[in-house]
Design a protein around this ligand. Sequence first.
Ligand code: SAM
Length: 384
Amino acid sequence: MAQHIAVLRGWHPALAKAELAALLPSHNQISNKSNRLSILEGELSHSEAFDILSISSGCQSILLNGFIHNWQNDESILLEKVESYLQNNHREGKMAVVPLRIEGKLSQFSSSQIAGKIGGIMSGMGWQIDLSNPDHRFSITIDGSSSQIACGWVVGDESGSDGVANRKATQRPFFKPVSLSPRLALLAVNLAAGPIGNGPVIDAMTGTGGFIMEAAATNRQALGLDLNSQMVEGANQNLNWLIEQQNITKSSAKIVRGDATNIAASIDKSWIGQVKGFVLDPPYGRNSQGSLDHEELLTKTLTSAHQVASIEANLVLIVPINSIPSQINTSLEDNSPIELLHGEWKSLQQLMKLSGWQIKSRWVEHVHGSLSRLVIHAEYVPLN
Ligand SMILES: C[S@@+](CC[C@H](N)C(=O)[O-])C[C@H]1O[C@@H](n2cnc3c(N)ncnc32)[C@H](O)[C@@H]1O
């Protein structure tokens, strides 16, 4: 079976792996000792890889049919593998070899020297090298922390500096301190809603519209609700700004005033039982707008989401917690202690279960010294 290497961005590789699994549900992801290299097993064309990268938050590039070499100061073996790869994965046109270091350094390894030698192999095969305007880029991605080197024809931005990595919530016309970072918002939308075309996604407490903007940018059917009309106005301003800025021609994403505890009242009847993804970032502290207390609001919102959900729906809930040491390479263990900023973790678990949402995984994203965010991924389960 074909294998490809996904190169994950550094901000949260564990979330990036989960996002990739949601976007490519029929591919196996094989873990290896590198946190930022993930092996994808299954057929994947150049255009499919390109499409995934254009919507992914956590994945920066994919090495098609790529391979991972465990570096043991064995340059000649690496070069033999590269030569055999190039013979089996022919390309037409101009080529460049692009070295990229993602984590740490490798001992006795000079990327520029190796790149030069690979360029020599390509020239020997009669291929033309053009570093400034290549048709194809061959990546040597170096992960010093696991002593691994990933090689292959690269799709996407091998340096990882484009796309969502460049966008900031503060650049939008309507910003509030509650605005989530675009990279987390996009990741949550992908994790909740899965592949494009899967079905609609709802953010029942949209605030400044961060999730819905990402859903619109990735061409999803999406609806955002908020009780506060100022938020609805501001979120729409943001959405229109994005549509204009990114020249999105046919977005069906909408933001309207509505109550998260009664989602059915705000959606088109045809959506009932069809909503595939829910993203939820409930109010906390002084930003809370509702008259209900935190747990009551959450229970009613989760129940109202369940009422309109498809039986294959996923939900991503983001809640603030007291800061714990950054854990970007793994999900939390089931028994990890969690201190929510509002309420008890045990009662949140209980209320999710009682409203028909089974927790699959949890991750922590560090915000600042005293604040982290818990990202909870749950799936629909029928209620008796
Ligand atoms: C933490 S903010 C969401 C921030 C958002 N993720 C962003 O990126 O801007 C929570 C929002 O929930 C809204 N809200 C509170 N109760 C609600 C309810 N019952 N229905 C809909 N929205 C509600 C608040 O007005 C607030 O804008």
